[in-house]
Design a protein around this ligand. Structure first.
Ligand code: TPP
Ligand code: MG
Length: 909
């Protein structure tokens, strides 16, 4: 067997000495056994560590607490009072879920998750989480989504929420929408929740990039973030999500010792055990240690310490190491006799060890995650880890449903139980020692009482004093600006308006110029955050590497291979670009961190996340939804857009549908610009809208999704028309009048993005060959047009007696003539968004429906039927429907442009 074979490849400079060491080990194994040998080896490794003999860390340690009893710090709190406070919170958290489900059967909510993690949170609330009352942003705490009832219950005790609020848990409609949201949703409770977490995995990855972004702000000297720690609470089941663990190596690489993950290891997820046949804590320890994290395991409560101290033969440790989680769960649901027989029983020495404990005492030997002292020690160690360069994960073993009684604790079904019988409620009350606070006759099963200690009670005083010492309540979302942002100079956009003359450029190139100019802008420049997932060269953005540099926490420790080039690869601690590598999820997390910095830190930042459009919505759509929830602001720049514009890359690269997906996110401002000046106008208006100082969050809390194409063309200048920029932003404007044609048959063509070329050529062809005078309109945002149209319809539907509003798109197109044909490099569903507002006018939509493939643009556009010839045919077809031309004219065009009418529908091949 080869064991970490590297030692065999090194010369042995003293074989005799080596042999002596090996013989000693053999002797120990022979005379005292393997346990003793293991013990000695770990002592040796400790000593090596103390003497700074660096040695690769082992990936896992025995199944015991990382912090031994003798290293536990003094606990500064009052354990008794804190237990009482925790009991009140546990009670209220459970009652709000029970009551919610009494009031509305099936409304849901979770009892068992918070029950398992109450101590995990309370130790944070009483001793660690920093608030914002001193004017700083405090700590950033990501709460496990379905532990929300516990957070509400504490806010109630602190007087931040009322009984009526608790009664509106999961009842958000009515009361002006001031219910308590099911989970942490800043979109729904913008003064309370800061971080959405409930889509499993997104809390961990976004918290990690948030910690990284804090370092970025700090290193760039934009904001001092040294006093803010990021705490992320997650479930052990949640660790199965690739997003949860997929970025943890970044945290170690970037030395994020400002980050603490607390994993609630109740060994269960929704359906059953997380690792019935294994040990999730050991598995996670190995993964995190392997990635370079500081791992603190909190497995056993204090009562186990004395047993471990007696474990001279290592039998208890052995049993702990060899018992799988599924078995531990069994001990959690059975009585103490079962553990006596099955855990301790088989070995006489173990049975002896616990002979003085009753069955009840055995059953209640608590897990570490319910032990205040153990948790305090772990959190303290995590906070003192600052400066070590290592992020910390605390793995806490708990029982799901803890204190809720035998119907809940450790049961496979516990996650889903939302109701309690009267007896269960009474049992909970007894278990929490709340006899005085909740008299039995006050327990009405369908309307059990909440409990709130009086303001002069010792518990209330203690709790409030603790929060005061830690700078106020948590969570609080604030949009107070600490470091204001100034709008860019108008001249920063100048380059966008003039067009490119005869030079052919792409909208991507235009945008890159704009981005560079924005970063150079005196006022806003420092606040621009370019984010790129290893694609800068594809987008021609590598020129920025040298000028504004790539952010690298460690600076640049090497001379790059291209150091002699003008545009060399430059990394720096003060670098501005977040070059994320190949991780759209990570890049999106950075977008979220930067885009929500105006709230989390009171420091507005303007992210421009530029990526392969195909790998946006469909790859990380849930993170985009998360960005909407957290009210992120900024720009998502969907480069290499279009199903036919990005040549040669084929089926998995060519995006013709992200705009359909974008239409599903309410706050997304989706644009498909054709020209550089359109990009300029949209970005200019976007910065003004999001950062310009409006205090209407429904207006400001949006982000932009803008397609960029890589097809070069001569860029026209901004038309000299009054209000043109507003028209561009509104979604549709006339780009060119119809050509002069004798006896013209009028028609209207709408184009978007790169389809402007085919549309414009088609207009010339139609004039030349068919006497058709087609106007050209640029449709920059069908989403915006549709939303305005729906709003008008809604108004009309609900206000039947008032004057009817005409949808803006109908008003705009009122000035156009003839049938309308719309063409873009996206699916027909995109222009179809306005169909219902056109009052029955003939409307033909051409799009790239179907799966992409590799070929030239020309061939692809023919295949998807959006090229010049097909636009001509579509326009004539519209005229034929309107009875303006004979169908034979359409047939003529089909022939003229050599279109195969019997070609297979691109949608199905
Ligand atoms: C992406 C995603 N998939 C599924 C769910 C549904 N869900 C909610 S909680 C849960 C189980 C969570 O288990 P764990 O992470 O161990 O948390 P615990 O409640 O045990 O602390 C599941 C599957 C979700 N919220 N998000
Ligand atoms: Mg769990």
């Amino acid at each position: 067997m080869i064991f970490d074979g590297y030692a065999h490849q090194l010369p042995d400079i003293d074989p005799t000495e080596t042999q002596e060491w090996l013989d000693s080990l053999d002797a120990v194994v022979d005379t005292h056994g393997k346990t003793r040998a293991r013990y000695l080896l770990s002592r040796l490794m400790n000593r090596a560590n103390e003497s700074q003999v660096s040695f690769p860390a082992t990936v896992s340690t025995p199944y015991v607490n990382t912090i031994p009893l003798e290293q536990e710090p003094w606990f500064p709190g009052d354990e008794h009072i804190e237990r009482r406070i925790r009991a009140f919170i546990r009670w209220n958290a459970a009652m709000m879920v029970v009551k919610a489900n009494k009031a509305a059967d099936g409304i849901g909510g979770h009892l068992s998750t918070f029950a398992s993690s109450a101590a995990l949170y309370e130790i944070g609330f009483n001793h660690f989480f920093r608030g914002k009352e001193d004017g700083t942003p405090g700590d950033h705490v990501y709460f496990q989504g379905h532990a929300a009832p516990g957070v509400y219950a504490r806010a109630y005790l602190e007087g931040r929420l009322t009984e009526d609020d608790l009664d509106h848990f999961r009842r958000e409609i009515g009361r002006d929408g001031r219910g308590l949201s099911s989970y942490p949703h800043p979109r729904l409770m913008p003064d309370f929740w800061e971080f959405p977490t409930v889509s499993m995995g997104l809390g961990p990855i976004t918290s990690l990039y948030h910690a990284r972004f804090n370092r970025y702000l700090h290193n760039r000297q934009i904001d001092d973030t040294s006093q803010s720690r990021v705490w992320a609470f997650l479930g052990d089941g949640e660790c199965d999500e690739p997003e949860t663990l997929g970025a943890i190596s970044l945290a170690a690489r970037e030395q994020l010792d400002n980050l603490v993950f607390v994993v609630n290891c109740n060994l269960q997820r929704l359906d059953g055990p997380v690792r019935g046949n294994g040990k999730v804590i050991q598995e996670l320890e190995a993964v995190f240690r392997g990635a370079g994290w500081n791992v603190i395991k909190v497995i056993w409560g204090s009562k186990w310490d004395e047993l471990l101290a007696q474990d001279k033969d290592g039998v208890l440790l052995n049993k702990m190491n060899n018992t799988v989680d599924g078995e531990f769960q069994r001990y959690a649901v059975e009585d103490g006799g079962y553990a006596r027989d099955h855990f301790f029983g088989p070995d006489d020495r173990l049975r002896q060890m616990v002979s003085h404990l009753s069955d009840d005492e055995l059953r209640n030997l608590p897990r570490g995650g319910h032990d205040y002292r153990k948790l305090y020690a772990a959190y303290k160690a995590a906070t003192e880890n600052l400066g070590s360069g290592r992020p910390t994960v605390i793995l806490c073993k708990t029982v799901k449903g803890w204190t809720l009684g035998p119907g809940f604790e450790g049961r496979n079904s516990t996650h889903q139980i939302k109701k309690m019988t009267k007896q269960q409620i009474i049992d909970l009350r007894d278990r929490l020692y709340l006899h005085d606070e909740i008299p039995e006759d006050s327990i009405d099963e369908s309307n059990p009482p909440y409990f709130k200690p009086a303001e002069d009670s010792i518990e209330y005083q203690y709790m409030m004093e603790r929060r005061k010492a830690l700078d106020g309540s948590v969570p609080v979302r604030s949009t107070r600006v600490r470091k204001a942002l100034s709008m860019p100079e108008a001249a920063t956009y100048d380059e966008m308006w003039g067009g490119s003359g005869t030079q052919e450029v792409s909208t991507t190139m235009g945008f890159t110029r704009l981005l560079r100019n924005l970063t150079r802008d005196e006022k806003i420049g420092q606040r621009i955050v370019p984010i790129i997932p290893d694609e800068a060269r594809t987008f021609g953005m590598d020129g920025l590497f040298k000028e504004i540099e790539i952010y690298a926490a460690q600076g640049q420790k090497y001379e790059p291979v291209d150091h002699d080039l003008l545009l060399s690869y430059s990394e720096s601690t003060k670098g501005q670009i977040l070059e994320e590598g190949i991780t759209e999820a990570g890049s999106m997390s950075s977008f979220i961190a930067a885009g929500s910095s105006y709230a989390t830190r009171g420091v507005p930042m303007v992210p421009f996340y530029t990526f392969y459009s195909m790998f946006g919505f469909q790859r990380v759509g849930d993170l985009i939804w998360q960005a909407a929830d957290i009210r992120a602001r900024g720009f998502m720049m969907a480069a290499t857009a279009g199903r036919t514009t990005l040549m040669g890359e084929g089926l998995q690269h060519q995006d013709g549908h992200s705009l359909v997906l974008a239409s599903t996110v309410p706050c997304v401002q989706a644009y498909d610009p054709a020209f550089a000046y359109e990009v300029g106008a949209i970005v200019e208006a976007g910065i003004e809208r999001m950062y310009g100082g409006s205090d209407d969050p429904n207006w400001t809390d949006v982000f932009y999704y803008i397609t960029l194409y890589n097809e070069n063309q001569a860029m026209p200048p901004l038309p000299e028309v009054e209000g043109i920029k507003e028209q561009i932003v509104e979604g549709l404007y006339k780009f060119a009048d119809a050509p002069e044609v004798a006896d013209a048959k009028p028609a209207t063509i709408l184009f978007s993005g790169s389809a402007n070329l085919a549309a414009r050529e088609a207009a010339s062809e139609l004039a030349e060959h068919y006497g058709v005078a087609a106007e050209l309109w640029s449709a920059t945002s069908y989403k915006a047009l549709r939303e305005e149209g729906l709003e008008a319809e809604r108004h009309n539907r609900l206000h039947p007696s008032t004057e009817r509003r005409v949808p803006r798109v109908a008003q705009i197109l009122d000035g156009s003539q003839g049938p309308i044909t719309a063409v873009s490099d996206f699916m027909a569903a995109v222009p179809d968004q306005i169909r219902q507002f056109l009052g029955g006018r003939t409307f033909t939509t051409l799009g790239t429906d179907g799966m992409g493939r590799s070929d030239t643009r020309e061939a692809l556009r023919r295949h998807f039927e959006i090229d010049t010839g097909n636009v001509v045919v579509a326009v004539l077809h519209g005229l034929a429907i309107d009875g303006v031309v004979d169908p034979s004219v359409v047939a003529d065009a089909i022939q003229r442009y050599d279109i195969d009418p019997d070609a297979v529908n691109p949608y199905i091949v």
